[in-house]
Design a protein around this ligand. Structure first.
Ligand code: MN
Length: 224
C-alpha cells in the first residue's frame, strides 16, 4: 500500500463513492488532526460535483474540516513566521517514504519548553511539553499540540530573533526513531491515544500520547 493512501481514504476527495457514513467519519475523525495541503481543494470539488440531498449538513462538515486543516497544516507554520527574518526552515510537506524519526528540541522561548515531534505523513506532528518528556513512567507530562512542522525542522538549531514567532534559542535535545505500537498510528492519533516506542540518544522505551482536553485549535495531550 503506497504511503498516504490510508489517510486519503478518509478525506473528502477519497470518499465520494462511499456514501454518507464515510463522509461523517471524515468530518469527525479529522478533528484537530488534519493532513496539510490535501484537504481543501478536493473538498470543494467534491461539493460541486455531488449535490446530495443532505448536502447542507455535509457542506457544513467539510467547511469545518477545512477550517481545521488550515489550523493544523503547514499553512499555520508558514503564516506564523517571516522567513526573511528567522533562520527556521520554511514549511513544505514531503511525500514519499514513510519515515519514523522523532526529535525533541529544547526551546528557550518566553517560557522554556520542549518541542516533541514525531514524523508522520510527511510532516512532524508536534507538541509543546513544558516540562519535557519524563523517564519516570509514573509521570504525566502536559503536551499541548502545536502546528505541524516541516521535516527539515528536525535538523534545526539556532536562535529565532526577537519579535519573531517563538523567539529564543532552539537546541536539539534528543533525536532518534520512533516505532508505532498501534496497528494504524494515524487512526490512533485521530482517536486521541497513540502508543509508541522511542529509541533515541536520550530516550528509550514506550510512551503514550493521550488527548485529554483543550480547545479545538490547541488540543491538550498527556505524554505518559
Ligand atoms: Mn517551541
Amino acid at each position: 500500500m503506497p504511503h498516504g493512501s490510508e489517510i486519503h481514504s478518509l478525506e473528502p476527495a477519497g470518499i465520494s463513492a462511499r456514501g454518507a457514513r464515510m463522509q461523517k467519519t471524515a468530518a469527525c475523525c479529522c478533528a484537530g488532526i488534519a493532513v496539510p495541503g490535501e484537504m481543501p481543494a478536493p473538498a470543494s470539488d467534491h461539493e460541486r460535483a455531488q449535490p446530495l440531498p443532505f448536502s447542507r449538513a455535509i457542506n457544513a462538515n467539510l467547511r469545518d474540516v477545512r477550517r481545521r486543516a488550515k489550523l493544523m497544516g503547514l499553512e499555520e507554520y508558514n503564516r506564523k513566521r517571516d522567513f526573511s527574518r528567522t533562520p527556521e526552515p520554511s514549511g513544505r510537506a514531503r511525500s514519499g517514504r514513510p519515515g519514523f524519526r522523532y526529535v525533541v528540541q529544547k526551546h528557550a522561548a518566553t517560557r522554556l519548553h520542549y518541542d516533541f515531534r514525531l514524523e508522520l505523513e510527511g510532516v512532524l506532528k508536534s507538541w509543546a511539553v513544558p516540562k519535557g518528556p519524563s523517564l519516570d513512567p509514573a509521570d504525566k507530562r502536559l503536551a499541548v499540540q502545536t502546528e505541524d512542522h516541516p521535516l527539515d525542522y528536525g535538523e534545526f538549531e539556532g536562535v529565532i530573533p526577537e519579535k519573531q514567532y517563538g523567539a529564543g534559542e532552539v537546541l536539539l535535545w534528543d533525536k532518534g526513531t520512533w516505532t508505532p505500537e498501534d496497528r494504524d498510528p494515524l487512526e490512533a492519533l485521530r482517536k486521541g491515544r497513540l502508543h509508541f516506542r522511542l529509541d533515541g540518544e536520550k530516550l528509550h522505551g514506550s510512551w503514550i500520547l493521550t488527548r485529554t482536553r483543550g480547545n479545538e485549535d490547541r488540543p491538550a495531550w498527556l505524554l505518559l
